[in-house]
Design a protein around this ligand. Structure first.
Ligand code: IMP
Length: 449
């Protein structure tokens, strides 16, 4: 039984929700390992559309345990609202598990995110203003509040009493915005605790027990490789590690427990927020792709920037994620174009560059070198095998595969699960022995509740 990590190979919004949905039948748990409610997954289930920010998309399947791992930053208000929304639509949500060690996004994190963006003005990152960066910063600074802290009111009051004066001083003196009242925060935390207590667990133990039982788990990345704090176009990145390695730190598994890394990408590129985007399309072709592809953010509603497919960061993403195979989404959106372009290299200051220069200043000067492909007019939504695709669309997929250096196993031609072409088998890595397989200590099982 494999452990699969699903990872975005571009700037997020690659359609990872659909990929999770496609694999859901075979897995027993779906684990989110980083990010927070800055993410947005849109999943279509028959006629119904679900928009999720925090709860892993596996929640739509009764046999799946959705797990929010320790690497996620949790806004409890969003989580409660999402659980209520799912319950009101008939889904059983008691099975959702949240790591006791996940950090809490506090109201002052959200205020600081917005205030900092306003202060940066034209140099702003274009964050989702959900408090993600400040919450991760406090985690690294060791002054963060973890989910388990919500359970102990008096201890939490003590922690907040130490942290809040500095947060309020920054908000009031530097940014000229209102601060927060200690009593009100403690009351709010008590309410969150009451609602979420029975969801909290040691999710690393939970994950390891399941792996020892030979279950198939899926680790679901949010955002994408090019927004990775270390490997993306810093500083125009998010504050966590969406790359596959993030599943280890944020999901509680070791690197050799990953059998498969399924990279997800779209047949073109999109980006939300600020930062360099070498293949950006600002003219009519771009407008058409935005409209046909409904490229508006699930979380902020912002119109996404759109561009030609860029193989330079793709090669990089395949390498830093050790991608074993790829799911190529939304190729149907490219129907109707006379020609389709793929960027194969950059020209920077007169030199050819083949390796992704993650430095934002270098990227801003990068001019794309394109390979051109003839387009196709036929709609692709009803294609179910590669032989159903028009010749030129097939050639485009072959070119993307050649340029990426990884197998394109799945090709998606529409938002629904059945609109997926099984192009090639997905290779798995041989699995090393699991430490827990030979467990001889006390019975495990308390973490699962
Ligand atoms: P933050 O994660 O809200 O701090 O935003 C940092 C950058 O990541 C901004 O450019 C956001 O637009 C971008 N970002 C964050 N989450 C997502 C996502 O789920 N999809 C696409 N871009 C995202």
């Amino acid at each position: 039984m494999p452990t699969t990590v699903i990872v975005g190979l571009q700037w997020g919004d690659e359609g990872k929700g659909k990929t999770t949905d496609f694999l859901a039948e075979d897995v027993t748990a779906v684990v989110r390992y980083q990010g927070g409610d800055n993410a947005g997954h849109t999943i279509m289930l028959g006629e119904e559309v679900f928009k999720l920010h925090l709860v892993p998309s596996g929640v739509l399947y009764p046999h799946i345990t959705p797990i929010i791992g320790n690497g996620v930053v949790v806004n409890p208000a969003t989580l409660i609202a999402e659980l209520d929304m799912l319950a009101s639509r008939g889904l059983e949500v008691d099975r959702v598990r949240v790591s006791k060690h996940a950090h809490v996004i506090m109201p002052y994190h959200i205020a600081l995110d917005g205030a900092m963006e306003a202060r940066l003005a034209s140099a702003a990152v274009g964050t989702t203003r959900r408090g993600i960066g400040p919450a991760y910063a406090d985690r690294a600074w060791r002054i963060g509040i973890r989910m388990e802290d919500l359970l102990d009111g008096p201890a939490l009051r003590g922690k907040l009493a130490r942290i809040l004066p500095e947060k309020n001083a920054t908000l009031q003196r530097q940014h000229r915005v209102e601060g927060f009242d200690l009593d009100e925060l403690v009351t709010l935390a008590a309410e969150w605790s009451r609602r979420l207590e029975h969801h909290l667990a040691d999710t690393t133990q939970l994950v390891q027990e399941r792996l020892a039982r030979g279950e198939h788990l899926l680790f679901e990345g949010a955002q994408g490789t090019l927004l990775d704090l270390d490997h993306g176009s810093y500083p125009f990145v998010t504050s966590s590690n969406p790359i596959a390695g993030g599943a280890c730190t944020g999901g509680g598994i070791g690197p050799l427990q990953v059998d498969e890394v399924l990279g997800v990408m779209k047949a073109y590129a999109t980006r939300v927020g600020a930062g360099p985007f070498p293949t950006e399309l600002t003219e009519e072709i771009g407008e058409g792709i935005i409209d046909r592809g409904r490229e508006f953010g699930t979380t902020t509603g912002r119109r996404r920037r759109v561009g030609w497919f860029d193989a330079v960061p793709l090669r990089y993403a395949v390498a830093v994620n050790s991608v074993s195979s790829i799911m190529l989404n939304k190729i149907d959106i490219l129907s109707g174009l006379d020609e389709v372009l793929i960027c194969t290299a950059y020209e920077v200051d007169g030199h050819r560059v083949d390796w992704w220069p993650s430095d934002a200043d270098v990227l801003a000067r990068a001019k794309p070198v394109y390979e051109r492909f003839p387009g196709w007019t036929e709609p692709l939504q009803d294609c179910r095998s590669m032989s159903d695709l028009p010749d030129n669309a097939r050639k485009y997929v072959d070119a993307v595969e050649r340029l990426s250096g990884a197998t394109i196993a799945l090709v998606s031609v529409g938002p629904e699960r059945h609109q997926t072409i099984d192009r090639k088998p997905r290779p798995l890595r041989p699995r090393p022995a699991s430490g827990l397989g030979a467990w001889s200590g006390p019975a495990l099982g308390s973490a699962g509740r």
